[in-house]
Design a protein around this ligand. Structure first.
Ligand code: 13P
Length: 328
């Protein structure tokens, strides 16, 4: 059953739309574009995206925020029913957001493990078939972040989450996001990837997580956002090197987050990584699970006239197509 979900996720040059921004995040993004972050506007915006006619040509699944899964309606249907009618798999963000770790200014862990089992069972009943848990690693040489203690905590929790999610029938997307914020070099990023992935894959093995029913959601190996843009060739080489070192061949799949890269960077790095993986004989399915890289242009357009459904959907479609083309 979960294998079928994974096959469907990666079939036919499709990827995942992350539309699971917490209320706090989506309100911040809308407000930055001078749109009131009311519940009504959030629903109207998301329904504009979900109602895009050819969505299913490019998107196999959508990660939803709990309010969208539980409460939101579109065309008289609950959102999961609407998506299923379009052959799109509903997914759900199950983590409870970030909390300061050991009173640190730079480190955070992810909340939500205590209520996770119950939530996953409930979300399955509501139609979700995959889930996502995000933890973050901020790189700062000055503060020696991420510390070994944080890596231990976050990777242990990611593995516990994966196990619980699988037991509830939801394919887990484990997302250890190594943040771009800052001025660290690509070598420093790679060093953090090595520490995080080493610990993560050890924990997954210890907790007997089924790799075949597991998806890794990862960032690209890139330098900090304050440094000039990385050469695509370096990103593809460094990223695939990390994959080959840590990811077991039986892993269900890998999807990328965009992490504040521009849509163009996100699409070209994705294409390059797939090309390099094939060249290196690394054959795990790879796709995208972007939020900002797919939504930024559409949201900007929509913010100028929130009743302009058709053109917003056209703008959105163009970026969906570019992401899908990057998989070919
Ligand atoms: P971005 O593509 O904007 O990084 O978001 C992906 C995501 O789901 C973060 O959890």
């Amino acid at each position: 059953m979960t294998k079928d979900i994974i096959n469907k996720i990666f079939q036919g040059h499709k990827g995942i739309l992350a539309a699971d921004e917490s209320n706090k995040t989506i309100i911040k993004r809308l407000t930055a574009l001078s749109v009131d972050g009311s519940e009504e506007n959030i629903t109207k915006y998301r329904n504009t995206l979900f109602g895009t006619n050819n969505l299913n040509n490019f998107i196999s699944g959508i990660i939803l925020y709990k309010d969208t899964l539980e409460k939101q309606q579109i065309n008289g249907l609950k959102v999961p029913e609407f998506l299923m009618s379009k052959n799109i798999i509903p997914g759900i963000k199950v983590d409870g957001g970030l909390e300061n770790f050991n009173d640190s200014d730079t480190e955070s862990y992810t909340k939500g493990l205590a209520e996770l089992k119950e939530n996953c069972e409930n979300y399955y009943k509501l139609g979700a078939r995959f889930s996502k848990w995000r933890s973050v690693f901020f790189i700062s040489t000055e503060n020696s972040s991420p510390t070994d203690e944080l890596i231990e905590k976050n990777t242990d929790d990611l593995a516990s989450y994966a196990k619980i999610s699988q037991e509830a029938g939801l394919v887990p997307f484990i997302e250890p996001e190594i943040l771009r914020d800052g001025e660290h070099s690509i070598e420093e990023t790679k060093e953090v990837f090595n520490r995080v992935f080493k610990s993560l894959f050890e924990k997954l093995t210890e907790k007997d997580v089924d790799f075949e029913s597991l998806i890794l959601k990862t960032s690209f190996v890139v330098s900090g956002s304050m440094l000039p843009e990385d050469d695509t060739k370096i990103v593809q080489k460094e990223t695939v090197e990390i994959f080959k070192k840590y990811i077991p061949e039986k892993m269900g799949g890998i999807v990328f987050l965009s992490g504040g890269l521009t849509p163009e960077q996100s699409f070209s790095y994705l294409h390059a990584v797939i090309e390099e993986s094939e060249k290196e004989g690394f054959l795990i399915p790879i796709s995208f699970s972007y939020s900002r890289a797919l939504q930024n242009n559409a949201m900007l357009h929509w913010s100028k006239n929130t009743d302009d459904v058709i053109t917003t959907q056209e703008v959105f479609s163009k970026d969906l197509k570019k992401a899908s083309d990057a998989l070919q």
